[in-house]
Design a protein around this ligand. Structure first.
Ligand SMILES: NC(=O)c1ccc[n+]([C@@H]2O[C@H](COP(=O)([O-])OP(=O)(O)OC[C@H]3O[C@@H](n4cnc5c(N)ncnc54)[C@H](OP(=O)(O)O)[C@@H]3O)[C@@H](O)[C@H]2O)c1
Length: 326
């Protein structure tokens, strides 16, 4: 089968052996897969001497073969893949054996994947194949950040720097669905316009003076994933007593911040990563209930995987990028 692999320091689209489903596993024929920033980071973790690993964490496909003992799926079922491995119930932290699909296991940028039957969910019926292909890391991370950790309520205001990001577009949609006010930033005028079109109430330039721009706003919740480039400025616009939820650090992991201002402000800082199957299912129900369709930027064929990853790396996207596979 054809797959996108990272092997000995190189990204290759090549033929690899088709996996066989073991007991408890299902072989899924993948139609399309969603890209995530993780697909850019995994090669860095693997280094130049690694054996071939198939990248990719999200996908939609069709059940093609059942391993021994699998009774909850049948051949021909349309499914999506939950990339949050072995984390079933909602909890403060994932279980010890939690991992995200595609490192160390092979991922979804391939014609087939053999994966535990527990990691599949029915394809949401209101979505096209390409839309369903991105129901994975981004909406799950956003859902847990916004609802489980952020506890957003109707009438509250959430501030999201980096409007174009895959997770941010879901955050904008989900926050609007529950009646929150949404303020975003982006470096790109085009992305600011696009954010307003999908429901953001205010979109400001990332390089503007946020405190001045937002002096009449009361921000209850900040959802941060840009990292060093914005963290302190985000904290400075949060209302006293407000919450900040962090799930990423695109620009740099290490940030200095003023502890005295932090405790005087009575702020609460949460970290979060991905989410449980319980939250994944709640997220899918939320998207169905509000007839929410993911924002797709562009699709590339599997042969164009390198171009697609470069496009993501350069932050051209507004929303999600899809690899079409079969
Ligand atoms: N912990 C988890 O489970 C988890 C899950 C998903 C993602 N993440 C992490 O969260 C981050 C966001 O993920 P994503 O997939 O949504 O990201 P993405 O689609 O790659 O978007 C990154 C965004 O960051 C903004 N940005 C980049 N460089 C910037 C700079 N120098 N100054 C200001 N803004 C900048 C861009 O906003 P504009 O172009 O609009 O300005 C861009 O839209 C990544 O670091 C990712 O690894 C973590």
């Amino acid at each position: 089968m054809k797959a996108v692999v990272f092997e000995k320091g190189k990204l290759l689209v090549k033929d690899v052996v088709t996996p066989k489903p073991k007991a408890g596993e299902v072989l899924v024929a993948i139609k399309a897969a969603g890209l995530n920033r993780r697909d850019l980071y995994t090669p860095g973790r693997l280094g130049n001497e690694s054996e071939a690993l198939i990248l990719g964490s999200d996908a939609v496909g069709v059940v093609e073969e059942l391993g021994e003992g699998v009774a909850n799926w049948k051949i021909g079922d349309e499914v999506i893949i939950n990339p949050s491995l072995r984390w079933y119930e909602e909890s403060d932290i994932p279980p010890e054996d939690f991992e995200i699909l595609s490192f160390p296991d092979d991922g979804t940028f391939a014609e087939k994947i053999a994966i535990s039957a527990e990691q599949l969910e029915p394809k949401p019926s209101h979505l096209s194949d390409e839309e369903a292909a991105v129901i994975g890391i981004s909406p799950l991370t956003g859902y847990r950040a916004l609802f489980t950790k952020g506890q957003i309520q109707s009438g509250q205001t959430v501030f999201i720097p980096g409007a174009g990001s895959g997770v941010a577009t879901f955050l904008i949609q989900m926050a609007k669905n529950v009646g929150a006010r949404v303020i975003v930033t982006s470096r790109s005028e085009e992305k600011r316009k696009a954010a307003l079109e999908i429901g953001a109430d205010i979109a400001i330039d990332t390089s503007s003076d946020w405190q001045k721009e937002l002096e009449h706003e009361q921000i209850d919740l900040v959802i941060e994933s840009v990292g060093r480039a914005t963290f302190n400025r985000s904290l400075a616009v949060l209302k006293k007593g407000g919450k900040i939820v962090v799930f990423g650090a695109t620009t740099e992991d290490v940030v200095d911040f003023d502890l005295r201002q932090f405790f005087y402000g009575q702020y609460t800082l949460y970290g979060t990563t991905l989410g449980s199957r319980e939250e994944f299912r709640a997220c899918i129900e939320h998207l169905k209930e509000f007839d929410t369709h993911p924002i797709l930027d562009r699709s590339f064929s599997i042969d164009e995987a390198q171009v697609a990853l470069d496009y993501l790396k350069e932050n051209h996207q507004f929303g999600k990028i899809v690899l079409t596979i079969s």
